[in-house]
Every structure is written in C-alpha cells, then in structure tokens.
Design a protein around this ligand. Structure first.
Ligand SMILES: [Zn+2]
Length: 327
C-alpha cells in the first residue's frame, strides 16, 4: 500500500437517543457502520467514551484502524464550535449544559484528527452532496424532530453566517404566541417541535381532553411521545394527535414559506425524526400551507424528503474531511 493512497474517513452522528457511526471510502461508499444508545446518565466524558466505542465498532466492521483514517467528522447538537472542537449547551445530553472539548477528547482516543460540525448542518450537506439535494445548487433543509433545525446551501456552498445560521425553528410564526423551549414566544418550534407538541398534549390531557397518545407511549414502553407514537396515534385517528400535527404543519408551512421568500432556494428538504415519518403523508398539506404565504406563488421550490435517512448525519459528518465538491 503506498502512503499516497486516499484514506477512508469516519463520521459520527451524536443524537439525543442514539450515536450512529459510519466509515466511508474516498468515493463515499459505506464500508462499515455501528449504532449505540446515547448514555442518558453520567457526563460529557461518558458520552465521548460511547462515541469512541461506536466509531471503533464501525472501524472493525470496515476492517480499518481508527488511527489510519483521514479523520473523523462529528455532527453534534448544542453549540458546536468548528474551530476549537468545543461543544456547549447540548441540553439533550447528560450534564452537558456547560462546555466540553469533544474534538480534542475524541482525537486523543481515536488517534486521528477530529472535526466538529452542527448536527443539522452536516446532515443537510450530506443530502446536498450525496442525497436528495444532488440536482440543486441551493437548498433549505428543515429537520423536523425534537426541535426544528435547519441548514442552508447557497450557490453550492453551506451558509453558516457567523456560525448560527439556519435556526429556522426560531423563525417567528406568531408574535406573542406559544412559549418556545428556547424561552422566547411564537417560534415555529413552539408549535412544531416534538418536545413542544408533547408538552401541549400533556397539558390538554391533564385538563381532561381525550387522547390515546399516552396509552400508546406506555404500551410501547416509551417515556416520550416519539415520532413512532405520533404516527400510530394518527393511524388510529386520534383526534388530539391529528389536531396537534395539523397545527405543526401550519407552523412549518408559515415559517418555511417566510424563509423561502427571503432566500428563494431551488428545493426544500424535510428530514428529522418526524419529517422522515410524516413528511410524505403531509406533503400536500405542507405545500398548501406554504402556498398561502409564498410571495412568488406560481413557482414554489421542490419539496422533498431526505434520502439518506438514519445514516445521513454520520455520512454528512464524514464530509467534514472531503473536498467541497459532490462525489
Ligand atoms: Zn424559539
């Protein structure tokens, strides 16, 4: 083997419930992958250790040593600083309200360079370069899950702003409206985020409104209203679930249309836990809600689902070590 031979690279998608890893060859082919639950107790070093184990497992699957990788990219929640590798305020992870040098910690354990990116931004770039976004030069990714995240590609380049661009979940859809998990009022996420939808369902249920949502949650041994539970409740024709998802779609349509009015992208890609589950089912309803607010309403952007699904975050993260061009 010559030293100049292109090397495989690694990707880690750090989610609130699972850590997904992948090893990818220079052409973008997946050589190995692994998945582990994200620790729900402990502290940032425990989460980092689980990430190291999951990446090693994928490397074993691919038959490579982690130290021989070109590098490992990470898609992280919270405030992920790409320059320093420090991740702060990842509140879905145990004891991670403060700052932790994730990049440095992983790099020491894996024996290779590590780069950190925002989880949604790397997933959107994955779709742009390897998935549903391939035909387009500009797109808006909307990741509909526990919160609502976003990513922007303009003229073939990711638009990061000063590091905080793409926060479409906090676009205001109703002045003085519902309280958002971010503490502000009337954000899109206050109506469409899975966590906010669950909080509203609990509130209505405690006030006596009927729903099977929580029965389904217990039956399937969940502690939260996961996207799968929402889907089942919709399948049962549950009234509250239907109303709350329709309210979410209305908020998504309003917020996405406002962003489209500003950026005029060629495509909107809907991903994330709820987006992957319900996007197809609600595509027409979402188009209709968007249509009410689009300024140029005779040529809306293409509205697509994500193609890479579960592996998208890890593949996108691995691209932090790939030249800025499509494979
Ligand atoms: Zn907010």
């Amino acid at each position: 083997m010559s030293a100049a031979q292109p090397k495989a690279r690694g990707g880690i998608d750090l989610g609130g419930t699972k850590i997904q890893t992948a090893i990818v060859d220079p052409g973008g082919k997946v050589l190995g992958q692994a998945r582990r639950p994200t620790p729900t107790e402990g502290n940032p070093p425990d989460v980092a250790e689980a990430m190291v184990q999951a990446l090693r497992e994928a490397a074993d699957d691919a038959g490579v040593e982690t130290a021989d990788l070109q590098g490992v990219g990470v898609g992280s929640p919270g405030d992920a600083d790409g320059k320093t590798g420090v991740v702060s305020g990842a509140r879905n992870l145990p004891d991670w309200a403060g700052s932790f040098p994730l990049g440095e910690t992983l790099s020491k354990a894996l024996g290779t360079e590590v780069r950190i990116g925002n989880d949604v931004q790397v997933a959107v770039e994955g779709e742009y370069r390897l998935g549903a976004g391939r035909p387009f030069d500009s797109l808006l990714g909307v990741w509909w899950g526990t919160g609502v995240g976003g990513g922007i590609v303009l003229d073939g380049k990711p638009w990061l702003g000063r590091g905080a661009a793409g926060e479409i979940g906090h676009v205001v859809v109703k002045r003085g409206g519902a309280k958002c998990p971010c503490g502000r009022k009337g954000c899109m996420e206050a109506y469409a985020g899975r966590a906010a939808m669950e909080a509203e369902a609990r509130r209505q249920h405690e006030e006596g409104a009927k729903t099977d949502l929580f029965k389904l949650m217990r039956k399937h041994e969940r502690t939260r209203l996961t996207s799968g539970i929402w889907e089942r409740a919709l399948d049962h024709g549950d009234h509250m679930a239907t109303k709350l998802v329709e309210r979410a779609i209305e908020a998504l349509g309003t917020g996405i249309a406002s962003a489209v009015n500003l950026l005029d992208p060629e495509a909107v890609i809907l991903g994330g836990g709820l987006g992957d589950r319900l996007g197809e089912r609600y595509r027409d309803a979402l188009s209709e809600e968007m249509g009410k607010h689009l300024f140029v309403d005779d040529r809306p952007p293409a509205l697509l689902g994500s193609e890479l699904n579960d592996l998208g975050g890890a593949l996108g993260a691995s691209l932090l070590f790939a030249p800025q061009s499509r494979s």
